[in-house]
Design a binder for this molecule. Structure first.
Ligand code: SF4
Length: 86
């Protein structure tokens, strides 16, 4: 679902910059599938909430505890999150 949220965030950025009802497409070439993500006003609320969550994390004095997930091994941030596990 992270890819879906990422696209929704991009749509919010486009909308904030004057693009009316932006639309995005998620493509899964290996699965030969496409998913169109249409504009919805709730996307702006989602983006605002995510930004607040990020600000709250950034303002923490210490990094939050790592939540180990099965998807971590394929995540681009793996090296950052697991640096203390080496
Ligand atoms: S590696 Fe880090 S950023 Fe990536 S999914 Fe796991 S906890 Fe989240």
């Amino acid at each position: 679902m992270a890819h879906f949220a990422q696209l929704k965030y991009y749509l919010a950025v486009l909308a904030r910059n004057g693009i009316e009802t932006p639309t995005g497409v998620l493509e899964y070439p290996k699965l030969k599938q496409k998913e169109v993500v249409n504009w919805d006003e709730s996307i702006l609320e989602d983006a605002k909430r995510w930004e607040e969550e990020v600000k709250n994390i950034v303002m923490l004095e210490h990094c939050p505890m790592l939540t180990k997930l099965s998807l971590c091994k394929s995540c681009s941030y793996y090296e950052f999150c697991y640096i203390n596990d080496k």
